[in-house]
Ligand binder design. Structure first.
Ligand code: HEC
Length: 140
């Protein structure tokens, strides 16, 4: 529940006009199943917090980088259960990609904790590689 409320507040606080339009729910599309909506929200959180993390690292702001990474870790907990639209038969490979991503994010968190800017930047590059690697097979 805590995770959910954190994610929800991030949507409300952030630039997420798409989700923050509380008076107008048209973006919560009637054609989107709850499952798809969740999936989209998860990826939106990851994308947004990843940007926040990179910006924080640029400023050597380890506190904000840590907060962003923590939110990514929470959001990424259930990416294994994504319903795939491309290469849906390669669930095992997808699970592997999820793990590579999460491992890199956890390592990045360690370096942020240690306030090691160089190591954090190297891992940041690795994380992005794991975004791209997964997309190359599983994103339309
Ligand atoms: C384990 C696989 C995987 C990883 C890792 C991953 N993505 Fe994705 N991403 C996907 C899939 C699959 C989709 C398409 C979702 C769909 O088909 O509904 C997607 C969609 C997206 C989209 C399009 C928006 C959307 O909601 O569909 C963006 C932008 C994106 N990812 C950015 C990132 C970034 C940035 C990272 C790394 C920080 C990342 N992704 C990590 C699998 C992944």
């Amino acid at each position: 529940m805590k995770t959910l409320s954190i994610i929800m507040s991030l949507f409300l606080i952030g630039s997420g006009a798409v989700f923050a339009g509380t008076s107008d729910h048209k973006h919560v599309g009637h054609t989107m199943s709850p499952e798809m909506k969740k999936q989209h929200e998860t990826m939106t959180t990851i994308v947004k917090q990843w940007q926040a993390c990179k910006n924080a690292l640029k400023d050597n702001n380890f506190k904000d980088a840590d907060l962003a990474v923590e939110t990514i870790i929470e959001a990424a907990a259930d990416i294994d259960s994504f319903r795939l639209h491309k290469n849906a038969d390669k669930q095992e490979q997808f699970a592997k990609q999820c793990n590579v991503f999460r491992e890199n994010i956890l390592k990045l968190k360690d370096e942020i904790k240690r306030k090691d800017a160089d190591a954090a930047n190297n891992l940041s590059t690795k994380v992005e590689e794991s975004c791209k690697q997964c997309h190359s097979t599983f994103r339309k």
